[in-house]
Design a protein around this ligand. Structure first.
Ligand code: SF4
Length: 70
């Protein structure tokens, strides 16, 4: 049975580079030299999902999303 997982993505057009996501989810997001997020590829571990959802809620540009994968 395939296991459904969730991948964190950023809408790079909507993102305004506030960097809050990297503060709230440093295990999964780091910032590039211009302050824009670089998100780890692959499924977000279940233990990090609450933090990921918190980062999504707090993104001022509503640019972060969890997408089903697998
Ligand atoms: S918090 Fe939102 S707007 Fe700010 S860098 Fe992260 S994705 Fe972009």
């Amino acid at each position: 049975m395939a296991c459904e997982s969730e991948v964190l993505t950023v809408d790079s057009i909507a993102c305004t580079g506030h960097g809050i996501c990297a503060q709230l989810l440093p295990e999964w997001v780091r910032l590039d030299d211009w302050g824009y997020p670089i998100i780890r590829p692959g499924a977000v571990p279940a233990t990090l999902l609450p933090q990921a959802k918190w980062a999504i809620t707090n993104c001022p540009a509503l640019a972060l999303h969890l997408r089903k994968s697998g």
